[in-house]
Design a protein around this ligand. Sequence first.
Ligand SMILES: Nc1nc2c(ncn2[C@@H]2O[C@H](COP(=O)(O)OP(=O)(O)OP(=O)(O)O)[C@@H](O)[C@H]2O)c(=O)[nH]1
Ligand SMILES: [Mg+2]
Length: 542
Amino acid sequence: MFISTIRSISRLTKFHLSQYEANSKISLLSSSAITIGKRFKHVGSQSPRSGKRESGNTHHGKFEVDSVSTEQHDIIAESDESISLLDDKEYDTIVNTTMHVVNKKLLNLHNVMVLQPYIKWGPNKVKNIKPENQLAEAESLVRTLNWSVVVSLKVSLENTDRKMVFGSGKLDELKQIVNKCNSEGQPISCIFISKGTLKFVQKLSLSKFFGIPVMDRYSVVIQILRLHAITTEARLQVALAEIPYIRSQMREIETQGNIGQNLYLTDTQKMMLKKREKRLQQELEKLRTHRELLRNKRKQKQFPVVAVVGYTNCGKTSLIKALTNETSLQPRNQLFATLDVTAHAGMLPCRLEVLFMDTVGFMSDIPTGLIECFVATLEDALDADIIVHVQDISHDDWILQRNHVEKTLITLMRHTSSNNSINGNKKIDEKVSLDNVINVGNKIDLVSYEKTENIKDLRVVSSKTLAGINDLLIELEEKILQATDRVKMTIRVPMGGEEMQWLYKNTAVTSSEADPNNNQKILLNCVISRTTLEIFKHRFIG
Ligand SMILES: Nc1nc2c(ncn2[C@@H]2O[C@H](COP(=O)(O)OP(=O)(O)OP(=O)(O)O)[C@@H](O)[C@H]2O)c(=O)[nH]1
Ligand SMILES: [Mg+2]
């Protein structure tokens, strides 16, 4: 059972989809202005307590925002069950002590040695991947946590399966670096080995060898997700993502027997973990159903939806900001800055209102389980009329990133499609292709002129300088009208008559003007779906 809970989330400066749905009624009031019927309630703001009204411009229209104290308003439906799951002391004990894998204490600031293992040659070498780019990404992960990178090194090896990952010679070399940093007053407090997951025994042996904690990509990303997850749904998802990791480490400990430390889970703790996983899944399922309800409502209102997806830090949030002029959006130079799917109202050049959905970024070399946890939130995106796939073309690895996103998208679509076909919804099945995707190359301002000449099949833009944004809006309009089977047309109807009211109610009237030849008539410029047009004809023209 959902109860309304008053929560203050002052850091959140975006409209949550659920809230948007709850508070907005887009009504077409006049020929030139599209106004949100009931005003948006602002979820947090720079000055949430000011009570002042702020206003924001969309590209061609205007919406109004009541900046109200978040404490007075119900922001996110949160159940008692969610609260108890997110504040579970017994579970925290497992996480913090027994497993010390996703240790909350690690949120303390750290001075980190970042190591990027890579296979230089042989059958295990991964083609096309440049270790220096992987290392740069690993450093960004660390900086996203506000930790300092003291040393960062790429380390070549033959395989990553050794008990201590590296050979003894390399280990001694690394130990010397750690000691040198310590003696020079820059003590290293943590080692980050940038590999998807390390075996438990590897982490343990390395921690013992260096005398400081050793983390893999999974544990660093989990820390980031914990830090950035604000809404109940995101927090529940992160909590669920932790369990398979803990379980796999637990299995390893059990199969390896005594690995030198008194690390194990009691039967009661195992049971508790199992129960927790089930409860988390149930809670997320409830939220999923709730989302589906909202999605259906949105469909009834017939807002076209554009999902903006892409590799983390490619500029999704920035692009939405550029497309909507929404000042509350705050792009950040951080990985996984956005963890919730949020909806942002924008307007096409024909003045049709659309919703842009901001989504969680993708990243390679992260166990799929982590991103799969966000499938429920991504469902909204996958069901969109158009998907905009943003790519950072200034990044050395943008082709690899693009391939990774496309591959993951298709996998997620299949996953969603198989879930939905159980409920008889075949719609997404039809969409398991990337036909409705617009590829957008962002950050063109950072790319040299010579390089841009080689960029094909992409609409290039800069969300920073706004170069190419208008052309993108025009392309979006064309694609959206096509995808939603809408047309732009001018309809002449009696001034103030039933037809006029009907059109205002059932179509997007973008502008109107008096008929120069007949002062009893009015010309309404509308964006209308073909089905609605047929209904109109049937009803009024016969
Ligand atoms: N120079 C330049 N920087 C950009 C552009 N677009 C985005 N950025 C910067 O790139 C960084 C990431 O931007 P975001 O919009 O937060 O990226 P995102 O894809 O939403 O990131 P996540 O939510 O973390 O996945 C920020 O520092 C932005 O200022 C652009 O067109 N040009
Ligand atoms: Mg973002």
